[in-house]
Design a protein around this ligand. Structure first.
Ligand code: IPE
Ligand code: IPE
Ligand code: MG
Length: 254
């Protein structure tokens, strides 16, 4: 239940004329360019990460406003451990910092915080902060704000394969019964539809191991802006462009 609206400017769910049905239900974002944003300003990379946190808030609000149901944000990849320790340590503190500042407002705005990725590899203080947010927002029914943290698409697929192989080994499952729908249930996103729209900022045109299975038929939008410079209007531009796309899923034009 929405008791209070701390996010002014937020509209009710979109009307039919607004293109209902064409609003992407699930948007995934590769939030990239924090380091270069800071470097261009002669500041340490971590300053860019902190600035990027503000963008997370702004884009979460914008997504909620246009009627997006799930927003998956790539916050830390399984490859990001290769960065200098100081930067990794800083990034591992950011979820706490973000949630300390924003959890109350997320609760009031009916947002459900979720996470995909390997909790085992994360420091306990990071897991604690995220779990608290998940717990405190679990009864909300609004936007799902899903953080991909220590997430890797290949690892996700391998983990699913291993779990399924174990079932086959125990003769609980026949290999012939493994279809796409079944496989999807073993991924980290069993309850979510695949992303309709993927946004990557900072001008890089690659997936960097993000949602490899789920992005099979997703529409892509690349922005040259660094993540801290990516604002509501940029997000809305991506959503508008998405609405004009024709998704064919292998079919021919209708
Ligand atoms: C994205 O910004 C944030 C994370 C990967 C955690 P980067 O830190 O990758 O910034 P650039 O790409 O080096 O500019
Ligand atoms: C992808 O960005 C990971 C996140 C945004 C969390 P990177 O900056 O790590 O990707 P590469 O290494 O440039 O491909
Ligand atoms: Mg990067």
């Amino acid at each position: 239940m929405k008791s209070l609206n701390l996010w002014p400017g937020r509209e009710k769910s979109p009307s039919k004329e607004d293109g209902e049905g064409k609003i992407p239900q699930h948007i995934a974002i590769i939030m990239d360019g924090n380091g270069r944003w800071a470097k261009e300003r002669g500041m340490p990379r971590v300053v860019g990460h902190r600035a990027g946190m503000k963008t997370v808030k702004e884009i979460t609000k914008a997504a909620d406003e246009v009627g997006v149901k799930i927003l998956t944000l790539y916050a830390f990849s399984t490859e990001n451990w290769k960065r200098p320790k100081e930067e990794v340590d800083f990034l591992m503190r950011l979820p706490e910092e973000f949630l300390e500042l924003e959890l109350e407002e997320l609760i009031v705005n009916n947002v459900q915080v979720r996470m995909i990725g390997d909790k085992e590899g994360l420091p306990s203080h990071t897991v604690k902060a995220v779990e608290k947010a998940i717990q405190e927002t679990k009864d909300n029914s609004g936007l799902i704000l899903n953080f991909a943290l220590n997430y890797g698409g290949r690892k996700e697929i391998l983990d699913a394969v291993k779990a399924i192989a174990r079932k086959v080994e125990k003769r609980e499952l026949s290999p012939d019964s493994i279809d796409e729908q079944f496989f999807h249930q073993y991924l980290l996103t069993p309850d979510y539809p695949d992303p309709d729209l993927l946004i990557r900022t900072s001008g890089e045109i690659r997936l960097s191991n993000f949602m490899l299975w789920q992005l099979a038929y997703t529409e892509f939008w690349f922005s040259d802006k660094y993540w801290p410079d990516f604002h509501r209007e940029d997000f809305l531009e991506a959503v508008e462009a998405y609405k004009k796309r024709e998704r064919k899923f292998g079919r021919i034009k209708s």
